[in-house]
Ligand binder design. Structure first.
Ligand code: TRP
Length: 324
């Protein structure tokens, strides 16, 4: 039997190269070997959100990107977390077997509490419990995530072990599947690529926008003149180039070191490469976007397909916990 993959992502709107190389690409690949469930975690988004008016639009744009990138709704399930409300019931039940001390020492909680001291809400503390509920509601065994999510997965396993030991074996212990997620820096060459820092390159941007973003990239700050030799090992243009075309990047790096290629030329080359690479994606995305109601249909169908499993798991949990 195939293993079951579950992963979730917050609705952040149009996806960028960092999202693609870190998560989406892996989601697409895993479809060959697993039954995959991919969830847009809109309730999780509420733990930090400032503005709820953008959630629906963000869901739409993100799902279009997923579909255009090759997540196939015939093979995999794509759905929105809040559309299968059993997860909230399971969250409440799991909260009864989760010691508060476990949650208070989760590094992401401590970090968020530091970043938003004015909004350390109850939901933020329970974030990993809701994440556990996401995964085990479908008895998923494999969870593709980046390294930053490992403490959450460890907690999920602890909650499962505790539940199973109190109420009898019910859930498999979900394993993190560490995806190969190269750290993608933004156009500033300093910080992780992210929409909130506005240092990102959107997959769905048009050619001119992409070119403009790439041309704005910060290269080796010590290379001030065209005749200065550069240091590709600290240059994000080199790093991105490498991810899309390693042999060509080797050659450009060799030239960069001897001032045989300038930063402007190198960036123009990267822009051309990205545009060529993303062209089929953009075409598919435009086709999908032109089909009215498509995203809603995919998400509605996804929610329908998982809700039977969700109901069955919840019934089992309630029975084990003495509620039925
Ligand atoms: N916490 C994850 C993130 O911030 C998102 C997420 C929510 C998730 N539920 C999940 C990931 C379940 C994997 C499985 O990226």
């Amino acid at each position: 039997m195939k293993g079951r993959v579950f992963s979730g992502a917050r609705p952040t709107g149009r996806q960028h190269l960092g999202n693609y190389l870190g998560a989406i690409q892996n989601y697409v690949k895993l479809q060959a070997d697993y039954d995959c469930i991919y969830c847009v975690v809109d309730i999780h988004a509420l733990t930090t959100i400032e503005e709820t008016g953008s959630i629906q639009g963000n869901i739409h744009e993100m799902v279009l990107d997923w579909l255009a990138a090759g997540i196939d709704p015939q093979r995999s399930i794509i759905f929105v977390q809040s559309q299968v409300p059993q997860v909230l019931e399971l969250h409440a039940l799991l909260s009864m077997v989760t010691p508060l001390s476990w949650l208070l020492r989760v590094p992401t909680f401590k970090e968020k509490a530091r970043l938003q001291p004015q909004n350390v809400n109850y939901g933020l503390v329970g974030y990993p419990v809701l994440m556990t509920a996401d995964i085990i509601l479908y008895k998923a065994d494999t969870v593709p995530v980046g390294e930053d999510q490992l403490p959450h997965l460890e907690l999920a396993r602890e909650i499962v072990r505790r539940f199973n030991s109190i109420f009898g074996p019910t859930f498999p212990e979900p394993k993190a599947y560490l995806t190969e997620a190269p750290l993608i820096l933004g156009t500033d060459g300093q910080q992780k690529m992210s929409k909130s820092l506005n240092n990102h390159i959107e997959l769905a941007a048009n050619e001119a926008e992409t070119r403009q973003r790439v041309m704005s990239m910060v290269t080796d700050p010590q290379r001030r003149y065209r005749t200065d030799p550069g240091r590709p090992e600290i240059c994000n243009v080199d790093h991105l180039h490498r991810l899309f075309a390693a042999p060509a990047a080797d050659e450009a790096a060799r030239l960069c070191r001897v001032a045989g290629i300038g930063c402007v030329e190198h960036k123009a080359e990267l822009a051309r490469l990205l545009n060529a690479h993303l062209e089929p994606f953009r075409q598919r995305r435009a086709e999908l976007a032109a089909r009215p109601g498509l995203v809603k249909e995919v998400l509605g169908e996804g929610a329908r397909r998982v809700s039977g499993v969700a109901q069955e798991t919840l019934r089992e949990v309630k029975e084990r916990m003495g509620l039925l």
